[in-house]
Design a protein around this ligand. Structure first.
Ligand code: F6P
Length: 349
């Protein structure tokens, strides 16, 4: 089938990845470039996120640039978190580069910080923006799914399965800290997928006795001799003034905190594993590749139709888009059903 004729409302677009990288971002970049090519739109790749736009760190992309990247983790465009872009002066410089390169629109792949930046730019200057959610945290309220979440969850589950083998052999308690920033989506999903003894998330501040000690105790009474405690990096106690709350400057440390308290209350000597950035790497899963491709395709399609200030979302299994302001206002929430599943499945043998 030959190419169709399109009456695009944009002629040249930029694409960037910003914030923490996520497996599948490359698949989204590839889909953006290929969809644009199909429609006769030029694509300028912007390296290092918003900072790259400010610095003019940009190059014309061809379909060859995105060949054989669908399977690769990270982002070929590099990523960064830009302080400059938070300022009106920084955004002025960024828009100057949009004019210099003749960009009519931008596709920004990242998290809510990335979208807030896109919205500020399009509010101040005549440039169309579309965001694609890409973050392993899966913490963007307006979408059920963000690119990278599935791969990160599978990576964490694989690692925890391995920890279970050794924990079971030594009849130990393992505490595993997973990423997620201030959200517990990843921890809860991974906790369900690994059959954890307890799962702690930032959304439900923990009470050590009720949420950890009693769960280990009841599992032990029932006969279990190894325990897996999954802790989101942002999890914190009901009483934040607890003196045993020595989280590190980067916000991690919740796992060590829980490990110390288990030792103090139960006399067990837990092994604590912080999975850390390993969760951000690796080849994207089938789900991340396919969804990222669908979302990248959708982003260019709506930009070409003249839409702006939209976030591409994945809702109830289908790709669509929502207004960026409304989308950003929707707060991330843990699914109540999943919370109940966790409560039902934990603390037993
Ligand atoms: O947002 C993705 C994420 O991996 C969070 O889960 C984590 O808190 C943060 O990024 C870590 O950021 P950095 O790569 O700057 O250490």
């Amino acid at each position: 089938m030959g190419k169709q004729e399109f009456s695009n409302q944009v002629k040249r677009i930029g694409v960037l990845t910003s914030g923490g990288d996520a497996p599948g971002m490359n698949a989204a970049v590839r889909a953006v470039v290929r969809t644009a090519f199909y429609r006769g739109i030029e694509v300028i790749g912007i390296r290092r996120g918003w900072q790259g736009l400010i610095n003019g760190d940009m190059f014309p992309m061809t379909t060859k640039d995105v060949s054989h990247i669908i399977n690769i983790g990270g982002t070929i465009l590099y990523t960064a978190r830009s302080e400059d872009f938070r300022t009106p002066e920084g955004r002025k410089k960024a828009y100057d580069k949009c004019r210099l390169f003749g960009l009519d629109g931008l596709v920004a792949i990242g998290g809510d910080g990335t979208f807030a930046g896109a919205l500020a730019l399009s509010t101040e200057y005549p440039i169309s923006v579309v965001g694609i959610p890409g973050t392993i945290d899966n913490d963007i309220g307006c979408t059920d799914y963000c690119i990278g979440y599935d791969t990160a969850a599978n990576t964490a589950i694989e690692a925890i399965d391995k920890l279970r083998d050794t924990g079971q052999s030594h009849e130990r308690c393992s505490v595993i800290e997973v990423m997620g920033h201030r959200a517990g989506n990843l921890a809860m999903y991974v906790g369900i997928g690994t059959g954890a003894t307890a799962v702690l998330t930032p959304e439900e501040p923990w009470d050590i006795e009720q949420d950890v000690i009693e769960k280990i105790r009841s599992a032990r009474i029932a006969g279990r001799t190894n325990f897996m405690i999954v802790v989101a990096e942002g999890a914190h106690p009901v009483d934040d003034t607890l003196e045993e709350f020595p989280v590190f400057a980067d916000g991690s440390g919740a796992g060590y905190q829980i490990g110390q308290l288990i030792r103090k209350h139960l006399g067990l000597v837990p092994r604590v594993t912080v999975l850390g950035h390993v969760q951000r790497g690796g080849n994207p899963t089938a789900r991340d590749r396919v969804n990222a491709t669908r979302m990248g395709h959708h982003a260019v399609t709506i930009l070409a139709e003249g839409k702006t200030n939209r976030i591409v979302v994945h809702k109830q299994g289908a790709v669509s888009d929502v207004d960026m302001i409304e989308g950003l206002q929707q707060k991330n929430k843990l699914s109540e059903n999943e919370s109940i599943v966790v409560k039902t499945m934990t603390g037993v043998y």
